[in-house]
Design a protein around this ligand. Sequence first.
Ligand code: GDP
Length: 403
Amino acid sequence: PKSPWGRFDPYNNNEDQDKEYVGFATLPNQVHRKSVKKGFDFTLMVAGESGLGKSTLVNSLFLTDLYKDRKLLNAEERITQTVEITKHTVDIEEKGVKLKLTIVDTPGFGDAVNNTECWKSVADYIDQQFEQYFRDESGLNRKNIQDNRVHCCLYFISPFGHGLRPLDVEFMKALHEKVNIVPVLAKADTLTPSEVKKKKIKIREEIEQYGIKIYQFPDCDSDEDEEFKQQDLELKESIPFAVIGSNTVVEAKGKRVRGRLYPWGIVEVENSAHCDFVKLRNMLVRTHMQDLKDVTRETHYENYRAQCIQSMTRMVVKERNRNKLTRESGTDFPIPVVPGVTDSETEKLIREKDEEVQHELESHQHQHGHSHKCEHSSEQYVCSNTQAGSETHSERTMEDEAL
Ligand code: GDP
């Protein structure tokens, strides 16, 4: 039987082999075994107006009924409903590899008469997951952290509009720095191939024009073969993926396939001549799942973490600043303890900020000729200052906002 350690077999006392290998060639196999044992997880969010086929597509993608106990609301209920976030988790297994899949849905999105800021609860949800992870990571037990961060958001664009609607632009712009957005053109079977082509071009242009940063597929290495490069190019040109979903199996050309049966014919979900469903599924599951997770961790979460540390630092500085302004003698005031902020990054920021504060205090004292002895609000402080003070104002307002 083939060795589970690859070409190098640590239990084989073959001298030739020992001469040839130190043994680190087994590292990928060790990683592989460990991760298979641990299992994988992935969190996918679906967003877009209700009725665009989100739940049908998710069921088609993972071949499971993730929405068994879903309650459909009537029009009146939908209008009054606010955007709520629902989470479904399933454990799926394929050839011994376990995947814990979480689907986050956003029912009610875009349903109200006034949809101003209806993306807010979605943004808050994503931030909450980051916050939870940040807390867990700074806590004592970091071993078994439950990672609920959202790795990808499939954003459904209506096939009936002329490109993006204002709500689509608003949503994507509000979320593009928090999550990997993958736009999809919903219900593509309602459009002819040339309409799909035109709409895709229009949507891609608008994404560019509005400065929306959707998920970028990583560039392929220069040593990749031509076939791979071609596939990569096709994938990039498929954006937004034109998708079709179906919960039913129909018979087409003697084969049973997932599709939609119309009086004039059958549209097959997994037929790449009919739509980009297979491309999307391959991208999500087979080729880019790990990259989506990496970008979430390395870019989106890192941004959140940096902002968090920055605002905590501002809090500390503000506190010290106030202490310095209110104290009468040269006694040192203690820095308030902020949980989880002990790393050198924070200390550096505090040092930098401290110097700024010192400078600010000096210029303030210079103007007033004495140290300020009051519990003044930021406005008072600004009012009594000249031009130099306007800078101070923005600084202070930022600190106030951070609080
Ligand atoms: P959701 O509210 O976005 O989750 O939408 P649903 O998945 O509940 O779908 C709403 C309706 O659209 C249902 O009647 C589906 O059968 C239908 N539907 C779903 N996907 C497609 C599709 O790709 N094409 C067409 N024509 N109809 C679809």
